[in-house]
Write a protein that binds this ligand. Structure first.
Ligand code: IMP
Length: 193
C-alpha cells in the first residue's frame, strides 16, 4: 500500500510503502535512478569503445537495472546473456554457488561485464568471478546499481561500476525484492526501523 507525505529533505512528497509488517520510505526516486544509470552507462561506453563485451545479467534482481543500462549505452556493440544463482552456506564456511539457470553462452576469451542489482557481502560476485575465470574469460568487470561497501567481505568482489553506494540498510524496489515481491517498484525504498 502506498502513502504520500511531506519530505523536508527532497521533493515535496515522499512515497512510503508498508510490506510484510515493515515500513519503507522512498530513498532514490525514478529520476535519481535514471541519473545514476546514465552515469554508469557513459563510463562503460567510454571504457569499452571498440570492444564487444558480453553482459552477464544476474537474475532475478538485476533485470530492471540491466534493461535500463543496456539501452543507455552509446555505440557499444555487445551481447547479453542471463544467469540465475543462489549462494548458500553448506557445512563448510566457504559457501557454494548453486546454478539455478546456468550460463548459456560461451565466455571463453570474452570481455565479460557482470550486471548485479546490489553487491552486499560480495559472495555472489566472488564465486561467479572464480567460475568464469575457470571458463577462460579474457576479462571480468562488475556493474551494480547499489553497493554496500561496509558489508564487503571479498576484496575481488569490489564492483567497477556503481550506481549508488548505500550503508547497511535493507532496500527494495527497482528489481530488489522482499521475499520475491516488490521488484516492480519504480523507485528504491529503504526500510525504517
Ligand atoms: P552478496 O552475495 O552478499 O553480495 O549478496 C547479493 C545478493 O543479496 C543480491 O543480489 C540480492 O539478491 C541480495 N541482497 C543484498 N542486500 C539486499 C537488500 O538490501 N535488498 C534486497 N536484496 C538484497
Amino acid at each position: 500500500m502506498y502513502f504520500c507525505s511531506i519530505n523536508p529533505n527532497k521533493t515535496l512528497f515522499m512515497r512510503t510503502i508498508d510490506e510484510q509488517g515493515y515500513h519503507f520510505e522512498e530513498w532514490l526516486t525514478p529520476e535519481e535512478i535514471a541519473k545514476d544509470v546514465k552515469q554508469v552507462a557513459a563510463t562503460i561506453s567510454k571504457d569499452y569503445q571498440g570492444q564487444e563485451p558480453l553482459f552477464v545479467v544476474v537474475l532475478n534482481g538485476a533485470f530492471v537495472f540491466a534493461s535500463d543500462l543496456l539501452r543507455a549505452l552509446h555505440d557499444v556493440r555487445c551481447e547479453v546473456t542471463f544467469i540465475r544463482v543462489s549462494s548458500y552456506w553448506g557445512m563448510s564456511s566457504t559457501g557454494q554457488l548453486e546454478f539455478i539457470v546456468p550460463l548459456q553462452q560461451v565466455v571463453e576469451n570474452r570481455d565479460v561485464i557482470i550486471v548485479e542489482d546490489i553487491v552486499d557481502t560480495g559472495l555472489t560476485i566472488h564465486q561467479l568471478k572464480a567460475h568464469m575465470r575457470g571458463l577462460g574469460v579474457n576479462s571480468i568487470r562488475v556493474a551494480t546499481m547499489l553497493f554496500k561497501p561496509e558489508k564487503l567481505e571479498y576484496d575481488d568482489a569490489k564492483p567497477d561500476y556503481v550506481g549508488h553506494e548505500i550503508s547497511e540498510e535493507f532496500v527494495i524496489g527497482y528489481g530488489l525484492d522482499f521475499d520475491g515481491f516488490v521488484r516492480n517498484l519504480d523507485a528504491i525504498y529503504k526500510v525504517k526501523e
